[in-house]
Design a protein around this ligand. Structure first.
Ligand code: BGC
Length: 361
């Protein structure tokens, strides 16, 4: 493995003002090295709490620790705003742009423009298909889905479910991660459908991961299945909570296992209350740190070898893929111990007793 090796990219000679004289160490470095200023565009603040509560916080933490300038903005699920923010950041002199795309088409336009202006680019969390980002930093997203499939299966077994009907609430059809999550849970569940151990119920993708729409969609699924849904593969905690809200209306919560992702406060509370089977914890602090390190290196004209690539068509995109972790009732405390959420956030009023039961002190 060549992990962590640091190679210095060719030093450009295109700086304005030309080379400074030899021996002049007055600080005017004539290299491609620039003072890092990093722009980050987050996608929205509704599809998952993580973007504002975890990513913003941990990115700020990483940039501050490194002493670099930064500008973090949120496109609030508006593709036009996304492009406008990118243009403003490029004009404002960012040396690196980190994006969480809203779809590959608009993401690509932003990445290509940044590239043409000499701005380094990183796909943060979501890969832009057909894009031009120099790095991709994320989690092993197929494993995220696999953990969800295994989690649902474990909870169905614990409930003693016989030939359970499993419904799917997939993520946004324009998010490459949603495709990877589905590939992961299908790898676990499809063999069970094929073996007639489980029954495939209704399946829908939720546009833009819209939590409110997910509740409507799940209500329709439940009606379509005549109320007979025994397990819900929900691709993240927001979609899971939407399903739980409908199950509650039908007095089915706690009986029907539901999955999730992101270890959100709400998701963890649903797990503690017994309404959600599991979530997938992704240590966003590590993701933010890895992306920040790469963005700073690129600004300095350095090229880090990540030791791993991901295929996007014919292109091998240098990548950092971190390891996700399944969380059940007995491991909610691990997420708190890791500093991702606090006990005070999770163990509010109605949840105090569930916290005590789960060993959260
Ligand atoms: C992220 C998930 C998130 C979802 C909705 C995905 O791309 O990987 O963590 O829940 O988007 O924002």
């Amino acid at each position: 493995m060549r992990k962590g090796i640091l190679t210095i990219a060719a030093v450009g000679l295109l700086t304005t003002g030309g080379l400074t004289a030899c021996g002049d160490d007055s600080g005017d470095k004539a290299a491609s090295a620039k003072t890092p200023k990093i722009g980050v565009i987050l996608p929205d603040s509704k599809s998952s709490a993580r973007w504002e509560t975890a990513d913003r916080r941990f990115l700020e933490e990483a940039f501050k620790a490194a002493g670099v300038k930064y500008d973090i903005q949120n496109a609030q699920n508006d593709k036009t705003a996304f492009q406008t923010i990118a243009d403003q950041m490029i004009t404002g002199g960012v040396t690196a742009l980190m994006i969480v795309n809203l779809d590959s088409g608009t993401g690509k336009a932003v990445l290509d423009k940044a590239k043409s202006q000499g701005v380094a680019t990183i796909d943060y969390d979501r890969l832009t298909l057909g894009g031009s980002a120099q790095y991709y930093v994320s989690f092993d997203n197929e494993t995220v889905g696999k953990l969800q499939g295994e989690g649902l299966s474990k909870c169905l077994t614990e409930k003693g479910a016989k030939n359970p009907v499993v419904a799917y609430l997939n993520g946004s059809p324009t998010d490459n991660n949603a495709t990877l999550f589905k590939a992961g849970y299908d790898s676990v569940l499809k063999p069970k459908f094929d073996a007639k151990e489980y029954v495939k119920g209704p399946e829908d993708a939720v546009p833009a991961w819209d939590n409110a729409q997910a509740a409507t969609i799940f209500e329709q699924q439940l009606t379509k299945a005549n109320g007979k849904i025994d397990g819900v593969l929900a691709a993240n905690d927001g979609l899971g909570n939407a399903a739980i809200s409908i199950l509650k209306k039908n007095k089915l919560n706690g009986k029907v296992p539901v999955t999730g992702q992101d270890a959100s406060t709400e998701g963890l509370q649903n797990i503690l209350a017994g309404d959600q089977c599991m979530t997938v914890y992704k240590a966003v602090r590590e993701e933010a740190k890895a992306a920040s390190d790469l963005a700073i290196a690129l600004a300095k004209g350095e090229k880090k070898d990540t030791g791993q690539t991901v295929k996007d068509g014919d292109r091998d995109v240098p990548s950092v893929l971190l390891t996700p972790k399944a969380i059940y009732k007995d491991s909610v405390k691990d997420v708190i111990a890791d500093g991702y959420v606090t006990k005070e956030e999770v163990c509010t009023a109605a949840y105090t007793k569930f916290c005590a039961e789960a060993g959260i002190s």
